[in-house]
Design a protein around this ligand. Sequence first.
Ligand code: MV4
Length: 446
Amino acid sequence: MVQKILIANRGDIAIRVLRACKELGIKTVAVHSVVDENLMHVKLADESVCIGDNRSTNSYLNISAILSAAEITGADAVHPGVGFLSENANFAKIVEAHGLTFIGPSHEHLTMMGDKIIARHTMEKFGVPTVSGSAEVLKNLDQALDIAEKIGYPVILKASSGGGGKGMKVAWDEEYLKSNFNLAKSEAKANFGDDRVYIEKYLTNPRHIEFQVIADKFGNVISLGERECSIQRNNQKLMEEAPSTVITQEERETIGNLVTNALRQIKYVGVATVEFLYNDGKFYFMEVNPRLQVEHSVTEEITGIDIVKEQIRIASGEKLSFRQKDVKINGHAIEFRINAEDPKTFMPSPGKIEELHFPGGNGVRIDSHIYRGYSVPPYYDSLVAKVIIHSSDRTSCLMKSDQALEELIIDGIKTTTDLHKALVKNSDIVAGRFDIHWLEKYIKTL
Ligand code: MV4
């Protein structure tokens, strides 16, 4: 087992990782920017190092400062958390080159999944269903027009180095495709330093359903089932749940087997989320996210598996202690992302937390770093707490969520709590009737 982990992140996820380390008897090193000196995980860690000023580029994205911190504290492993450097192949490579363990997939797999065309190609090769399209780099506009003609409009142009909703353009007709093809390429070049784009049939009203997979170094690749993540705006998820209300146990097993087989074939190691769009009873592969995700906790609640502990064990070279047949889905879980934002305009709302009360009770989990008197800085992600509710079934989970959100008090800053309070009582949400555009439409009605 690794002995001392440097946690290259901040906020709730840094505490989440720290808790897993504590349970495994692993020492922890916190790193932080100047303004984050009083962050909860800095207080809780065995050691801490200030790695730079408040700008992320100078601190949480500062590879040489993070490596120096690992060296002076004698850490033997680095956990990148979510966001920041978690999908950065170069970072993973440098960490390993310094003789440290990167708690994540190999840099080769990070590179592979970062290239959306290669990722799509790979999944397709192993029988994972994809949406019709090119699955290769578009050479020119004529080729794009040809393919669009074959698959039918609307189509979507995607940057191969994009992902997570960045670098996409929907073309509703031939005119639009003609006038936007070169723009899509130049934007991809400007944003990602790579002008390769590919084309897919655009699905107008799908759901976003993703599969959590976990793989050790011995070829054991296990699906932990799916998460329904359609409730989002601006590619920011707001509420996630598991299991999905629209898929059957048979579909869960079929897709689970396809994705675990594909990842086994490529000898993937670590945790991964395989994202799909789901439309009219069919799954369409989108991306593989080769890292821990914010919403991993809903899967933990319904499977009883600590994904972060497993991630650390896997990186330490241990075998997974369970098999696919041991994975049982128990009840229902919903995560509410409490962001320091105006619940109507979603403008950031940094500032001092004057009063704080967290809900409690059976099946109520709060993953948060905030405390009374803490000032939410304006520099980083606005997530201040995740309220994760677990119950025996979806209906009681929504009822329990309603109570938990009523009990939650965060004064001094604006938060998304009131939006969540409305969502848990909304008839579409209660009925499970929504797609990836539902929330944006709902917000317009407010
Ligand atoms: C799509 C799509 C419709 N059709 N691809 C956005 C995030 C990235 N993972 C893929 N995305 C999409 N790809 C085809 N062929 C619609 C989206 C999309 C989306 C997907 C999931 C959740 C929210 C979304 C918001 C806008 C667009």
